[in-house]
Design a binder for this molecule. Structure first.
Ligand SMILES: [Ca+2]
Ligand SMILES: [Ca+2]
Length: 389
């Protein structure tokens, strides 16, 4: 302190001003007096949560109210709300047991009131509600799992089955906030298999597991080496380095794609020969990596099949196999992707084809609309699945 006396008064003032500006701004006022407790506490029990309402104390330096509870695993969970709130949500309960929540009023100096303890009895957690709605049906090469999620909770639905080593492990994790949907587990053999499905919430709470046995219908990925372009007069032209063969080269990267040309308009189509006749069960296409649910990726399409395509390029001798609209799981605006969106893009977009349709050899992929309602069609890879036997 003595050294400060040697610094000129003006200099000292200046220094003091500078140091004040550089320091982290924060409340300096600390009256050392804890606020009074919250009062008139009431509880509304919700699914996996509770809303606790209260009156805040009248202390002028009150800053926030903190709610704290301890999970069964001993984790301490805390929610803070500013003093202008009259309620606080406590969330993440994995069961319907009673929990004690402690409420503290805290002032600008960090002084906390004594706790007010309140008992909450959360209703069934959202992941248990989803679990109760799970149903599965066999599909080609896998199963389809349906669910409802009335709270639009952020959950993961995990499907387990035996792998080739006989280990019962997760094969699909479906992340969702949708209120209702269906998803597929693919690439399974047409053999009786044991399945398990459980639901996990974002706090790591797990539902019990639904176990069942099911036999998927037979399906195989049709031989890609046999797939050849079959260009007809009305087909869209190629542009921007794209080619039809690049849809069948097993390269899903952005360097190996189909792209139509400037002259093409909607609707537009391209045609290919599978090299064999097969009962087609689905087409699965893979979007450009840097344009998921965006740009020239097909959004609405029709799939046509034929055994004798008309050489004039017309749709004579073709039958409609499927009409399909791609749904972006999150519904977020173009350019924004949720985890569910990315998962769906990586899995590929499958266009299911009804099993009562005849075998075909030629396929026509007709795009009605892309993700910008523009005139190009561009994506990286196309798989055809079915039964050639
Ligand atoms: Ca105070
Ligand atoms: Ca490719």
């Amino acid at each position: 302190m003595r050294r400060i006396l040697f610094i000129g008064y003006i200099g000292l003032l200046l220094l003091f001003t500078i140091s004040c500006e550089q320091e982290v701004p924060g409340p300096i006022e600390n009256d050392g007096v804890a606020p009074a407790q919250v009062s008139n506490v009431t509880v509304e029990n919700l699914n996996g949560a509770a809303r606790i309402s209260f009156d805040v104390p009248s202390d002028p330096d009150l800053l926030y109210v903190r709610a704290v509870y301890t999970t069964k695993k001993g984790e301490i969970r805390e929610t803070k709300v500013s003093k202008s709130n009259s309620s606080v949500m406590v969330v993440g309960f994995g069961d319907t047991d009673a929990y004690t929540v402690s409420l503290y009023a805290v002032d600008k100096g960090g002084n906390a009131s004594g706790s007010v303890n309140v008992t909450v009895n959360p209703k069934d957690p959202p992941m248990e509600l989803v679990r109760k709605t799970l149903t599965a049906v066999p599909d080609f090469g896998g199963i389809n799992v349906s669910y409802e999620n009335v709270n639009a909770a952020d959950v993961a639905i995990v499907v387990l089955t035996n792998n080739e080593l006989g280990e019962f492990l997760p094969v699909v994790t479906h992340n969702t906030k949708l209120k209702k949907s269906v998803f597929a587990v693919r690439n399974l053999k047409a053999e009786d298999a044991r399945f398990g499905i459980y639901v996990r919430d974002r706090w790591g709470n797990l539902s019990d597991t639904l176990y069942f046995n099911m036999t998927p219908y037979y399906e195989e990925r049709l031989d890609r080496k046999k797939m050849k372009p079959y260009v007809l007069p009305t087909d869209a032209g190629l542009g921007y380095g794209g080619s039809l063969a690049k849809l069948f080269d097993d390269d899903k990267g952005d360097g190996s794609f189909y792209h139509s040309d400037d002259a093409a308009k909607m609707p537009q189509w391209f045609t290919f020969d599978m090299g064999i006749t097969a009962k087609v069960t689905r087409l699965t296409y893979f979007m450009r990596l840097n344009a998921y649910f965006a740009l020239h990726s097909p959004r609405e399409m029709e799939i046509w099949g034929s055994n004798d395509p008309s050489p004039d390029g017309s749709f004579n001798n073709w039958i409609l196999l499927a009409t399909h609209t791609q749904i972006k799981p999150s519904g977020l605006p173009v350019g924004q992707l949720s985890l569910a969106d990315t998962d769906a893009a990586l899995a590929g977009e499958s266009i299911p084809i009804s099993h009562d349709l005849p075998k075909v050899r030629y396929i026509r992929f007709k795009t009605l609309k892309n993700w910008t309602s523009g005139t190009y069609v561009n994506f990286n890879e196309l798989e055809v699945w079915g039964d050639p036997r």
